[in-house]
Design a protein around this ligand. Structure first.
Ligand code: ZN
Length: 247
């Protein structure tokens, strides 16, 4: 079974479409690690597309924020402004879908998915120290997380955690990672709709654990088109600009 691993789409339909085009015919089942909405201009379209994929999906902090605006104080002013805008834009049936997304972590066949971390769905796993606790907590040798928008992750060999910078180089679209026995992996597919690791291309992963393989992908998409739609919707300028740089 080949899995398409999506995370942090953030209402960016153009990026999601580019990902689905690149991944066409290469996966059997889709999973989504949360943050379908927030930041981007296409919340309804992204929610409907994820539903059409029948993806196993858990909620992210933006999905939680848009479902219950009392959480909106947890967000910075820019993110909060988009949260309120998204709340107004979502059609009732799409908001109901977001509200009913389950909280992670969640087992999916022989791996697990979380938005932030196993200990706290809102935690950012940036450092090996945080990853260590999470790797111990993970019930499966391979787990996927999102939230940081940084493709790559962490591996635990014995007691030692190391950082995995498994990103395709500029000009390359795929970085293949061989999954080895007796090692635990906490892997981030990267963000589809708002990368923050310096590569503006949409990030995702394809996992085929029966064949011990995880591919990390980056695909270009029409960033300018999304930025125009964001400007049209009156979304905050810093969010429009950061897509250019992937920061
Ligand atoms: Zn996110």
């Amino acid at each position: 079974m080949r899995y398409l691993i999506l995370s942090d789409i953030h209402a960016n339909l153009t990026a999601l479409d580019a990902v689905l085009e690149a991944a066409k015919g290469k996966w059997d089942k889709a999973v989504c690690l949360g943050d379908l909405v927030g930041y981007g201009p296409d919340p309804n379209e992204v929610v409907e597309k994820i539903q059409s994929l029948k993806a196993v999906t858990i909620r992210g902090n933006h999905d939680k924020g848009v479902s219950d605006l009392t959480h909106s104080e947890d967000f910075n002013p820019v993110a909060r402004a988009v949260l309120l805008w998204t709340h107004d834009q979502l059609r009732p049936e799409n908001r109901a879908y977001i509200e009913n997304l389950p909280k992670g972590s969640k087992p999916v066949d022989d791996f697990s998915i979380v938005h932030g971390s196993f200990l706290d769905e809102d935690e950012y796993v940036f450092s090996p120290m945080l990853a260590y606790e999470d790797l111990l907590e993970s019930p499966t040798p391979v787990a996927f997380f999102g939230h940081t928008h940084i493709q790559g992750g962490f591996v635990l060999r014995g007691e030692e955690v190391s950082v995995l910078s498994s990103k395709p180089m500029p000009g390359k679209m795929i970085f293949p990672l061989t999954i080895e026995p007796k090692i635990k992996y906490l892997l981030n597919p990267g963000s589809v709709g708002q990368p923050r690791d310096g590569d503006p291309r949409a990030g995702f992963a394809i996992a085929d654990l029966q064949h011990h393989l995880v591919e990390f992908w980056r695909v270009p998409y029409d960033i300018g088109e999304v930025q125009l739609r964001m400007a049209h919707a009156g979304l905050p300028e810093p969010l429009i600009l950061r897509l250019t740089f992937g920061r």
